[in-house]
Design a protein around this ligand. Structure first.
Ligand code: ATP
Length: 270
């Protein structure tokens, strides 16, 4: 297929400055940056560097962004794949893709492997197994576990995986030496929404000094991705009206539009 299953790039452009809020999660991943930069320091007393951490939280809250920022801050290559790419894959393909990915990362170590939507492959085995189409998913999961158990303590590849359904994951994934750390990435509170607006307003030409507290108050329940969307939408709305800069009203119109979209997405179709 044309879908790019993983891409490797030394993403030195994403940094912690791009990640607003999420103080607790950032603190936890800062430690991972340190492990990647100075592995010898941490293993000198016989300690083992963790192989993996699970980023858990609702969609659009910055899990992928945070993983990229870890790679960017540590200046190591970022290899990624998404669990959803493995759905309906031919027998053997998923497992061999996992094997290839780990091989490439080990060759370029120190490195980060990021697995988005790990629940698509990491669901508890033997459940929802009515169709038989889960066999390949299980092979893929088994390969992932084998790879993680396979690296030595000095491989210096750290696997970050993201999910919004930690509850459905196979417990084998969380065992010691695998994804034994969980990092919570929650929806932003009002103060964090303000900070996310600050980040995403950087490239936008605004007409007035915007009241960011006001915008943060208008957007309860919005994720970081939703806020990024509001900023972009506001710029497009203003441009369509051939304005020279984006106004508060454009932001409010954008919020309305995003709220409309969210309502549609959550509507149960009967
Ligand atoms: P999903 O679970 O849907 O994959 P995710 O948690 O991985 O979502 P990201 O893909 O990292 O979310 O977020 C999408 C975009 O939203 C980011 O590229 C960024 O533009 C914006 N965003 C999300 N959270 C934040 C944040 N905390 N600070 C700044 N921008 C954010």
């Amino acid at each position: 297929s044309k879908a790019k299953l993983f891409d490797e790039k030394t993403d030195t452009r994403t940094s912690f400055k791009d990640v607003a809020g999420l103080e607790g999660a950032k603190e936890e991943v800062e430690e991972i940056v340190e492990f990647l930069k100075h592995p010898d320091k941490y293993t000198s007393l016989g300690g083992k560097i963790p192989k993996g951490a699970l980023l858990v939280g609702p969609p659009g809250t910055g899990k992928t962004l945070l993983a990229k920022a870890v790679a960017g801050e540590a200046k190591v290559p970022f290899f990624s794949l998404s669990g959803s790419d493995f759905v309906e894959m031919f027998v053997g393909v998923g497992a061999s893709r996992v094997r290839d990915l780990f091989k490439q990362a080990k060759d370029k170590a120190p490195a980060i492997i990021f697995i988005d939507e790990i629940d698509a492959i990491g669901r508890a085995r033997g459940k929802n197994n009515f169709t038989g189409s889960n066999d390949e998913r299980e092979n893929t999961l088994n390969q992932l576990l084998t790879e993680m158990d396979g690296f030595g303590t000095n491989t210096n590849v750290i696997v970050l995986a993201a999910t919004n359904r930690a509850d459905v994951l196979d417990k084998a994934l969380m065992r010691a030496g695998r994804f034994d750390r969980q990092i919570y990435v929650d929806l932003p509170d009002i103060r964090e929404r303000k900070e996310i607006f600050e980040v995403h307003l950087r490239p936008i030409k605004t007409a007035e000094t915007l009241d960011l507290d006001f915008l943060a108050r208008q957007t309860p329940g919005f994720s970081g991705a939703d806020i990024a969307n509001v900023c972009n939408e506001a710029a497009l709305i203003a441009a369509r009206k051939e304005k020279k800069a984006v106004t508060k009203q454009d932001f409010l119109d954008a919020v309305d539009r995003i709220v409309g979209g969210l309502e549609k997405k959550n509507k149960i179709i009967t």
